[in-house]
Write a protein that binds this ligand. Sequence first.
Ligand SMILES: NC(=O)c1ccc[n+]([C@@H]2O[C@H](COP(=O)([O-])OP(=O)(O)OC[C@H]3O[C@@H](n4cnc5c(N)ncnc54)[C@H](OP(=O)(O)O)[C@@H]3O)[C@@H](O)[C@H]2O)c1
Length: 258
Amino acid sequence: MTKRLENKIAIITGSGRGIGRACALRYGQEGAVVVVNDINAENVAKVTGEIVAAGGKAISYPADVTDPAQVQAMVDRAVSEFGRLDVLIQNAAISNTNKRPGQSVEEYAATTRPSNVSLDEMRAVWETNVFGVLAVYQAMLPLLREAPQARIVNVSSGVGSLTASSDPAYPWRAIFGPVYPASKTALNALTIAMAIELEPEGIKVNAVSPGFTRTNLNGYAGTETVEEGAREAVRVALLGHDGPTGTFTRWENATIPW
Ligand SMILES: NC(=O)c1ccc[n+]([C@@H]2O[C@H](COP(=O)([O-])OP(=O)(O)OC[C@H]3O[C@@H](n4cnc5c(N)ncnc54)[C@H](OP(=O)(O)O)[C@@H]3O)[C@@H](O)[C@H]2O)c1
């Protein structure tokens, strides 16, 4: 197999499990030096070990992306260990902080409507899914600028699509609310802003949706495997010089309306 990421440095946030882990394993197979980041240090060590055991290159960077000091420590390490960053996958996210065990997505959505949502709950989710992404972007940008063809992939979700959620026929319309879905809408807005900012420098910034994937995020209710969920992020990170920026797609290269 041709290793398409040979010697590239790739940081994947939230890669201790789920879709991020599947991206990390795949990047290891593609020859990247995979920087495994997650809030859960035990999972970071486990995934790093899995990549190395499979013959790949990986390094552990446990950190909470909502903690500025921990993000800065990651950057300081990356500056001294690599001096550049080729690929940044912004994958870390949470769907809630207070869903009761056994509570369905629909039941949780009913408690997080604009009229009754806890502002603390909304802030907590946006802290990881929106502000955490922006903080990592700002911190890592100097390193990305040192790479010849840097790529940023923001892992979003189809449920963040305003166009889809405005369509009465959209199956997820009923769960559109201020917490997780709107955090992904905000992430989409950040994606466009980042793509516009970096277009003159040739750094491509794209958003992807993994599809409904079996992970902890949705209580393992999803229908896709994590390997399937990881495919679009992997594809977009490999876009060449002529590839697009500022897109929102699902596998394989199917455009999702903003
Ligand atoms: N699963 C789906 O159906 C689906 C659909 C659309 C979009 N997505 C998106 O896909 C991405 C991956 O989600 P997933 O389904 O793989 O969920 P997951 O299995 O819960 O993985 C998310 C990972 O991010 C970590 N994380 C959470 N907060 C963090 C923080 N502050 N700093 C660093 N790491 C943090 C989690 O740590 P813990 O292990 O401690 O929780 C976990 O390992 C997310 O952006 C999600 O929104 C998923």
